[in-house]
Ligand binder design. Structure first.
Ligand code: 5GP
Ligand code: MN
Length: 317
């Protein structure tokens, strides 16, 4: 049974622990990394021992984040003791990678903003109105009476920047912008963040050229998708932003990106104008938000495309 916590209860749980493991979700993005790092800096200021974990590679795009070098990946046979295991911005247990097996902790706390949260932890702080988990972390640290530093503020700003698509998606609220405005008072440099996030490697742009050739429209242009087959896939090349190309084509209601990351594993990203794609992702074991969601299909690219496009196509009959 999961106990849904208030912000104050969440703060008390964190304060009561001496040794914590903070886990960011697999396929890490700026929100899970920024939120987790902000929490790490704050808890270390309180004298806590904090171990950082993510069961995946971290894109070099995030190298500028203060504290990013603290992350380590657990070996599957490792055993790590902690008073509290904190899982950040993950809506289901599989998103935590191997941490739930490796870490021996009396309790698991999940801090999240996905409405598809599966209530897998012992304690949950969930606010699905928050644009980013980083927005929650900001309120949490204030609730805990922690004085923000520039490093903490930078990490929180990064999380909000990522999940709002630099303050432009429909999840951006007046609270989001108020939070960002407050963060600037702690010395955040917005152009440092956007310069790092917008910077593209040559290999990324070269891959984009090939990926755009795969752009396909279905259902009178209401569905658009692009694909990255295994031959093209390179885990060192950042492709998160590619989906914005089909997404913003006139008339497109649902955009998809299919990325074959292994012979029998295809990652799917969904974006929509209005239709609830979290529901579709959830029905395939994934999750996310109404207008931005994802899932993994344990099949080769073409097979994954067939099942997903069939399900998405049914929405337009
Ligand atoms: P993206 O398409 O950028 O990978 O993910 C879009 C949103 O869906 C993010 O909020 C992300 O956390 C969520 N998401 C993506 N893939 C999965 C998945 O496999 N499982 C779950 N639960 N959420 C996912
Ligand atoms: Mn998030």
């Amino acid at each position: 049974m999961t106990k849904n916590c208030s912000l104050a209860e969440t703060g008390e749980l964190l304060k009561a622990a001496k040794k914590l493991v903070i886990v960011s979700h697999v396929s890490p993005d700026g929100d899970t990394l920024g939120s987790s790092l902000a929490l790490m800096h704050a808890l270390r200021m309180l004298g806590k021992e904090v171990i950082m974990n993510v069961d995946d590679d971290i894109s070099t795009v995030y190298s500028f984040l203060p504290g990013i070098a603290e992350y380590r990946r657990f070996a599957p046979d490792e055993s790590v003791d902690a008073d509290l295991l904190v899982i950040v911005d993950a809506s289901s247990a599989d998103r935590a990678g191997n941490a739930l097996e490796v870490v021996k902790s009396p309790a698991v706390l999940n801090i999240d903003h996905h409405k598809t949260n599966t209530q897998f932890a012992d304690y949950l702080y969930l606010d699905s109105d928050a644009a980013a988990t980083a927005e929650i972390i900001y309120s949490l640290l204030l609730e805990m009476g922690i004085k923000l530093t520039r490093d903490i503020a930078t990490c929180i700003y990064e999380g909000i920047y990522t999940d709002t698509g630099s303050f432009k998606y429909s999840n951006t609220t007046s609270n989001t912008l108020k939070t960002a405005a407050d963060l600037l008072k702690y010395g955040v440099n917005p152009s440092l963040i956007s310069d790092n996030m917008e910077l593209k490697s040559r290999s990324q742009v070269e891959m984009l050229r090939k990926v755009l050739e795969t752009l396909t429209f279905l259902k009178d242009g209401k569905i658009a998708y692009i694909e990255i087959p295994l031959e093209l896939y390179d885990h060192n090349v950042e492709t998160d932003a590619f989906i914005s190309y089909p997404r913003y084509v006139e008339g497109v209601e649902i955009a998809l990106l299919f990325k074959q990351v292994e012979e029998n594993l295809t990652r799917v990203s969904f974006r929509s104008k209005e239709i609830d794609v979290a529901k579709i992702a959830l029905s395939f074991g994934g999750g996310g938000h109404k207008k931005a969601a994802g899932c993994s299909i344990y099949a080769p690219l073409k097979e994954a495309e067939k099942v997903i496009l069939e399900a998405v196509g049914e929405l337009f009959v």
